[in-house]
Design a protein around this ligand. Structure first.
Ligand SMILES: Nc1ncnc2c1ncn2[C@@H]1O[C@H](COP(=O)(O)OP(=O)(O)OP(=O)(O)O)[C@@H](O)[C@H]1O
Length: 224
């Protein structure tokens, strides 16, 4: 079964001047459950736009998105909240950790919204921080961690609510190449071991190397 399918997806921005930017034009993508997929293409080709629409952070101008076989209703906020709480996890280029919370609290945070009790939150967050090899840094604030360590906390946080799909926008974009490679391998290991689907918008050849499938975009259209 496809975890994600887009049908004839378009996104246009229209400005008062009459100018129109066609960020996506008739995009059809299929992502199978358990697949690791990279979106690649030049800057401005539409990678983030496509990822944000699949992740329900933005809505299309036309076309549709299906997540686990169900069409996303972008006007139904409770449907979108449910997808964010139960199905989709996010990893961002700039890590986006909460600066006043330590690593453990950052990983616990998404679990509040699923009404998981405090001790279960702590137990799961500890397991996830062990998984990303940060078991000894749980009480550190983001500012006390390196970029690679912060991204590992962000990956643990993305896993907190047992998502079936992780969307990552340039997750290695702020990291040096050695650290970027480690993060790439960590994501691939999680994909392989936990059968979680990953979709990554990236310029990184390393990420393309580990991907099951590379989706190439050019000027808002698929080229492969
Ligand atoms: N909010 C917006 N308003 C107007 N135009 C936008 C907006 N967001 C994106 N665009 C335009 O849509 C196109 C696709 O942008 P997008 O950010 O998806 O590209 P990208 O492939 O992710 O680029 P990069 O690799 O630089 O992150 C670009 O021409 C961009 O200028």
């Amino acid at each position: 079964m496809n975890i994600v399918e887009t049908r004839d997806l378009s996104k246009f921005y229209t400005f008062d001047s009459g100018m129109r930017v066609e960020a996506l034009r008739g995009v059809n993508v299929e992502i199978e459950e358990g697949e690791f997929v990279s979106f690649m293409g030049a800057s401005g080709s539409g990678k983030s736009t496509l990822l944000n629409i699949i992740g329900c952070l933005d809505q299309p101008t036309s076309g549709s998105v299906f997540i686990e076989g169900t069409e996303v209703d972008y006007r139904n906020s409770s449907h979108l909240v449910r997808l964010h709480r139960q199905t989709i996890g996010f990893v961002f280029q700039a890590f986006n950790l909460i600066s006043t919370m330590n690593a453990l609290e950052n990983v616990c945070y998404p679990m509040h919204f699923n009404r998981i009790n405090r001790s279960q939150q702590k137990q799961r967050a500890t397991e996830l921080l062990d998984l990303v090899e940060l078991g000894d840094r749980m009480s550190h604030l983001p500012s006390e961690l390196s970029g690679g360590e912060q991204q590992r906390v962000a990956i643990a946080r993305a896993l907190a609510n047992n998502p079936r799909l992780i969307l990552a926008d340039e997750p290695t974009g702020n990291l040096d190449s050695v650290t970027g490679k480690k993060i790439t391998n960590l994501m691939k290991d999680i994909n392989r071991e936990q059968k979680i689907s990953f979709v990554v918008a990236t310029h990184s050849p390393e990420m393309a190397r580990v991907a099951d499938k590379v989706v190439k975009l050019s000027d808002g259209e698929l080229t492969s």
